[in-house]
Design a protein around this ligand. Structure first.
Ligand code: SAM
Length: 422
């Protein structure tokens, strides 16, 4: 147990024993991408922390007055009782009932673990301590800049740390490469091929590029530039978090959304490696979206759906961010997993890779709006094809060491204000 805990402090991944559940601490997971910097815990969790203080998270109202809460519950129950579910709502409710006990077991294991609870308490203290230094937001600027007519003319300055012999010839030292390199900022595959953090300046702001990462900042119309010349150079692990149409993101104007039909033309097949790829797709709980994925999107992409993972969202005290049964605001999200181009998927044990265990539950405290926990590297073992696994994230808002990230704002969470020096 002690060994498990010390490895958790290092990796941010804690397997809850005897269950298909994993508690993860995203900041620790993300930190593995950096050498000289670390992700700021306060910046990562500021939204959850604020919600904790006001007693509500993700628009789920939790009454501070237990009596009031009781009355509200009665009202809710009455309302639910009197509402007759239509066919779509019935399917949604059935999906929920299928996973409810699995999620409850994972949650019970989480709050039953004194290690997880004491860790969460400490984490909250850490967030609180650093909140004074947290910056006011100026979100969405990369999306806006990418849409102006001058966008193709914008450049970015890259500064890498390189080895060079010092003047006395006494040995090698690591320095920032003087003037840096100017590159086209949009619709260009930009890579940090060094094994150290690099920095990029764009429109007077600084961004951090983790070791061995690539990114392309562009609109969907230019994603085709990422398709490899030959599928032997394709990706074996593809994580996708589409901007599904959703009332709350629209209301808050966090980022532009796309109608479902746009995703049918995503070149997922063309991005995949000859020997196949594991595809992980984040999907909202909307029945319309889930049915679209199962009936149209996965068939169009040529994906064999194998299982789902569930991301269960908790607060710093370990409680769920909202009632499990609340119809429109479930405290969990789904990650659908499937394979593309893999021959003989039914031959199980003979496969050259290990398919994921079914129905895993990932438990964590949420970060910023729509920010998903960094589960990509947990999937590496399940990717088919040659090693090291070639990984890409579509609609990304951050970079990860060893991965290619694409979207219209892949540098969003890379701005230096989200980091601290180690
Ligand atoms: N996975 C991300 C995270 O954890 O922070 C969240 C991704 S968010 C659900 C969807 C992303 O798709 C947003 O960054 C949005 O700006 C981007 N997006 C929307 N329309 C796009 C388009 N036409 N081309 C490229 N990216 C787009």
């Amino acid at each position: 147990m002690e060994e498990e805990l010390s490895s958790f402090m290092e990796s941010g991944v804690y397997r809850l024993s005897g269950l298909n559940a994993i508690f993860i601490e995203p900041v620790r997971v993300l930190n593995a991408s950096y050498t000289r910097f670390r992700v700021s815990t306060s910046m990562y969790y500021r939204r959850s922390f604020k919600s904790d203080q006001t007693g509500s998270v993700a628009r789920v109202r939790v009454s501070p007055d237990p009596k009031e809460g009781k009355n509200n519950n009665k009202k809710k129950k009455r309302k639910r009782g009197s509402h007759i579910l239509n066919e779509r709502e019935k399917s949604a409710e059935n999906r929920h009932l299928e996973v409810k006990s699995l999620l409850m077991r994972a949650h019970e294991a989480c709050i039953g673990s004194s290690e997880v609870l004491s860790f969460l308490r400490e984490l909250k203290g850490e967030v609180e301590k650093g909140l004074g230094a947290v910056y006011v937001d100026d979100e969405n600027s990369l999306i806006k800049v990418g849409n102006v007519w001058q966008a193709p003319l914008y450049e970015m300055l890259l500064r890498f740390r390189v080895d060079e012999t010092d003047e006395e010839g006494e040995g090698r030292r690591v320095v920032l490469n003087g003037e840096g390199a100017r590159v086209t900022a949009f619709n260009n595959l930009i890579c940090n091929e060094t094994s150290d953090d690099a920095e990029a300046e764009f429109l007077d702001r600084w961004y951090l590029l983790p070791k061995n990462c690539c990114f392309q900042m562009s609109d969907l119309a230019q994603i085709y530039n990422l398709i490899p010349d030959h599928s032997d150079l394709g990706f074996n692990l593809i994580v996708i978090d589409p901007p599904w149409e959703n009332g709350s993101a629209r209301q808050k104007a966090m980022y532009p959304q796309l109608p479902n039909r746009y995703f049918l033309s995503l070149p997922v097949k063309q991005l995949a490696h000859t020997e196949g790829a594991l595809v992980a797709l984040w999907v909202t709980n909307k029945e319309k979206v889930l049915a679209f994925v199962e009936k149209e999107l996965f068939p169009a992409w040529g994906i064999t759906h194998v299982t789902n993972f569930y991301w269960l969202k908790v607060k710093f005290d370990g409680s769920l961010i909202g009632e499990l049964d609340l119809f429109h605001h479930r405290p969990y999200e789904r990650l659908l997993l499937g394979y593309i181009n893999v021959k003989g998927m039914d031959s199980g044990p003979h496969l050259a890779f290990k398919p994921p265990q079914a129905n895993q539950v990932i438990v964590s405290v949420p970060g910023d709006y729509s920010r998903k926990p960094p589960v990509g590297n947990l999937l590496l073992d399940h990717a088919p094809g040659p090693k090291p696994v070639k990984c890409i994230e579509l609609f990304a808002r951050e970079l990860v060491a060893g991965w290619t990230s694409w979207g219209n704002e892949p540098l969003h969470f890379q701005e230096l204000r989200y980091f601290m020096h180690k």
